[in-house]
Design a protein around this ligand. Sequence first.
Ligand SMILES: Nc1ncnc2c1ncn2[C@@H]1O[C@H](COP(=O)(O)OP(=O)(O)OP(=O)(O)O)[C@@H](O)[C@H]1O
Length: 249
Amino acid sequence: MALLEITNIRKSFRGLVALDDVSLRLDPGEVVGLIGPNGAGKTTLVNVVSGVLKPDAGSIAFDGRRIDGLTPDRIARRGLARTFQIVQPFPQMTVLENVAAAALFAGGAPSLRAARDGAREALAFCGLTAEADKKASTLTLAGRKRLELAKSLAQRPRLLLLDEVNAGLNPAEIDHALELIRAIAARGITVLVIEHLMKVVTQACHRVVVLHQGRLIADGPVDHVLADRTVVEAYLGRGYADRLREVGP
Ligand SMILES: Nc1ncnc2c1ncn2[C@@H]1O[C@H](COP(=O)(O)OP(=O)(O)OP(=O)(O)O)[C@@H](O)[C@H]1O
C-alpha cells in the first residue's frame, strides 16, 4: 500500500492555478526528488499535503487514511513532518528547547522529559550536540537548516517532506546534508525532497518528479527523467533543449 497517495489535487490563488490536477504516490522507504522551476508549485504541494493549505479539489491519503482537511498538527501527529524553506526557530530559546518543543507539540511526546530525550537524540543524529545549549539565534544558516531537520526528526515521522534544506549551503555543507538524507532514509523514513541541486537529486533520490506551471510533467527514475526533453525545456528553455539535441547526448 502507498504511504502517501495524492489524487487529482487542485489549488488556485485568486485565479492563479498553482496545482493543476496533481497525482503522486509515494511508497514506503522511497526517497523521491521534487523538482521544477521557480513558481512551479512545489512549496504549495508541500503546504497542501502538510495541511497548511486546503486543496480546492482532490484527495490525500496517508497510510490509507484521508488527511486532506485535517489541521497541520493532526497531520504531524499521524507521522508526517515537514521542514520550511525559510527557517524560523525561536531565536531566544536554546537549540535543544526548539527541538523539544517540536517533539512535544507536533510529535506528541508524552512528557517534557521524553521530549528532551527525543530532542537530544535528534540533535546527535544531525551533528548538533555541541550546539544544544546555545541560543538558536547564534546558529549559522547551515546550523539553522540542520536544526530544522532535527525538529522534524524529533517528531518521529514516517514521511518527511524536505523543502530546500540545502539552499544557500556551501559544497562541504551540502555533502553533509546529503549524508544526513541518506541516513534518514536508512532509518526507513520515506522522504520527499524539494531540491534545486541536481547533485542531491542524483545522489540521494530513487525517483524524481517534475512540476511545471502546476502540472506534474514527469515521474520516474532519475537518469530517465533528467534525459527527458520536456524536462530540460521546462528548466532551461526551448533554445537550450534544441542545442542539446544538436550536440547529442
Ligand atoms: N499564498 C499564496 N498566495 C498567492 N499566490 C501564491 C501563494 N503561494 C504561492 N503562490 C503562487 O503560486 C505559484 C506556485 O508557488 P510555489 O511557491 O508553490 O512555487 P515553488 O515551485 O515552490 O517555487 P520556488 O522554487 O520559487 O520556491 C507561484 O506563482 C506563487 O506566486
